[in-house]
Design a protein around this ligand. Structure first.
Ligand SMILES: [Zn+2]
Length: 142
């Protein structure tokens, strides 16, 4: 995605991707929803990444039927990102990069129990609903 024309950087210097997770019922697109296009790593992927087709800015990652959206950190202006709370899937990094991660927050090789507990807590608060994200039209082939 980062290699698309005018796309902003997605990867952080440590090789990770910064996400800010929100309940789907707390995210609305006020303008430009018609520009949202899905990108899938494989045609049958249950996960889709959604970009703004005007400038190839990644907007969010969505797990099919998930109750949350993972919004890309590049959407926040410098200095305004919410505080980092945890890192997950550090096993996806090369071993030397994983070892070099600071211990400022928990670094989990996979998705940690506390990560799932937070997701489950949000889902309970939502009454176990998984709202549909509307407005995404079409797919981007890369
Ligand atoms: Zn744009």
């Amino acid at each position: 995605m980062q290699s698309l024309p005018s796309a902003p950087p997605v990867l952080e210097p440590n090789g990770g991707t910064r996400f800010i997770l929100y309940r789907k019922d707390r995210v609305r697109f006020l303008e430009g929803a018609h520009l949202l296009k899905a990108f899938r790593l494989e045609p049958e992927s249950s996960t889709r990444r959604v970009l703004a087709a005007c400038c190839n800015t990644p907007i969010f990652l969505e797990f099919q039927n998930g109750h949350w959206l993972s919004l890309y950190g590049c959407l926040w202006p410098a200095g305004t990102l919410p505080r980092l709370e945890l890192r997950t899937m550090t096993s996806d990094l090369p071993a030397d990069r994983a070892r070099a991660l600071p211990d400022d927050v928990p670094n989990s090789k996979t998705q940690s129990v506390s990560f799932f507990v937070k997701l489950l807590g949000a889902w309970i608060a939502m009454g176990f609903r998984s709202p549909k994200v509307t407005g995404v039209s079409g797919e981007i082939q890369v």
